[in-house]
Design a protein around this ligand. Structure first.
Ligand code: ADP
Ligand code: PAZ
Ligand code: K
Length: 245
């Protein structure tokens, strides 16, 4: 059995990989506050995996926490995957391929194998990222902006009177602060995706839209075009990299 781990800036996601089959996606708060005690609670009951594959974008201290926990509890060394210039049929569009977030890189690899191309892959997590992968597996770069929770938090921090609470509503306009902020953030993210697709359309008229990340379902509801939801896209990319190793 192998353990696949997607360590994002807000949440830890994982799944078991057994004989090429990925188990259910699990997730828990984690991100940059991850502690060994938390890992004990989340993973303490798992059978010891043969190998652990990790996509970490949450920084060095989280990597060190994972490394120490895996070594002390399971006697395992984590395989921390890095973004590369070319792998599993995907070629990076970054001028410095190692600088592309490894979660984005693995999502591209998974899209190459599991989704129709060309594709526009949107990961709606702490940050929202949008990447384009053409029908030959060539990545053409992407966009990054704050995700929903981060936008709300930054409004809360940068103003005296705007709280960061979510208030979901079907209304066109908000009649109180929380609704106004929720609608504003949803409009910003949906608008970014729709404007990007409109600008990309002359070059790629038939881009398949693939959504992943904790806020993907909410984003899909706000878009005026169909999208495929792929909650475990990053873990699927990790599985492909592990199978090739
Ligand atoms: N059960 C949940 N608890 C908290 N946040 C959630 C949950 N489900 C979805 N979310 C949303 O998902 C976002 C995190 O998405 P995720 O893709 O896990 O981010 P990251 O990979 O950056 O850690 C949160 O900011 C929140 O808005
Ligand atoms: C853009 C990201 C912060 C997204 O991380 P997430 O929201 O999934 O936690 C991450 O992919 C990252 O740190 N990337 C490095 C910079 C880049 O991709 O250009
Ligand atoms: K992510």
């Amino acid at each position: 059995m192998e353990l696949l781990v997607d360590s994002g800036n807000s949440r830890l996601k994982w799944a078991v990989l057994e004989r090429g089959v990925i188990g259910p996606l699990r997730s828990a708060p984690g991100g940059r506050d991850l502690t060994p005690a938390q890992l004990d609670r989340l993973w303490g009951e798992l059978p010891v995996p043969d190998r652990v594959w990790i996509a970490n974008v949450a920084g060095e201290s989280v990597a060190a926490c994972l490394e120490r926990w895996l070594q002390s509890r399971w006697g395992r060394t984590g395989n921390f995957v890095c973004s590369r210039r070319e792998d599993c049929g995907v070629r990076s569009g970054y001028r410095d391929p190692q600088k592309l977030g490894v979660d984005r890189w693995l999502a591209l690899i998974a899209a190459r194998h599991h989704h129709p191309l060309p594709a526009c892959i949107v990961d709606c997590g702490t940050a929202l990222t949008l990447d384009v992968l053409d029908s030959n597996g060539r990545h053409h770069g992407g966009l990054i902006c704050p995700g929903a929770a981060l936008m709300r938090r930054s409004l809360g921090q940068g103003t005296a009177q705007v709280e960061a609470e979510v208030h979901e509503t079907d209304a066109l306009l908000g009649d109180h602060t929380a609704a106004a902020v929720t609608l504003g953030v949803e409009a910003a993210l949906a608008g970014l995706v729709e404007r990007s697709l409109a600008r990309l359309a002359p070059r790629w008229p038939d881009l398949h839209l693939v959504l992943t990340g904790g806020d993907a379902v909410r984003l899909a509801r706000n878009l005026s075009r169909p999208a495929q939801l792929a909650p475990d896209l990053v873990l699927r990319g990790l599985a492909l990299v592990s199978q090739q190793a």
